[in-house]
Design a protein around this ligand. Structure first.
Ligand SMILES: [Zn+2]
Length: 94
């Protein structure tokens, strides 16, 4: 089982967390100015990376806070955990 380090609660089993999708997706400032295709891209198109990937997780059975995880999608190795609004540490970023 995957172990995830919650920034507030510490290391816990994966079963306490919920995956919440790709991190760093920014909502367009003026959604009404977008075409249907651009809006669909914002809503549905994700990287689906093979390798390092930044994603959001929620500690749903704990503090219920969201945070970001940088995880290798091939090995499941988590290289860092950081708070929403922060960038991944540079030395661990690709
Ligand atoms: Zn927590």
């Amino acid at each position: 089982m995957l172990q995830i380090e919650c920034p507030w609660c510490g290391r816990r089993d994966e079963s306490e967390f919920s995956y919440a999708g790709e991190a760093h997706i920014v909502r367009p400032e003026d959604p009404f100015s977008l075409s249907d295709g651009q809006w669909a891209e914002y809503l549905f198109i994700r990287k689906n990376a093979m390798g390092l990937h930044q994603e959001q997780w929620c500690h749903s059975s704990g503090c219920r806070r969201y945070f970001n995880v940088q995880r290798d999608t091939v090995t499941y190795h988590i290289s860092c955990v950081y708070k929403i609004g922060d960038e991944p540490p540079r030395d661990k970023n690709v």
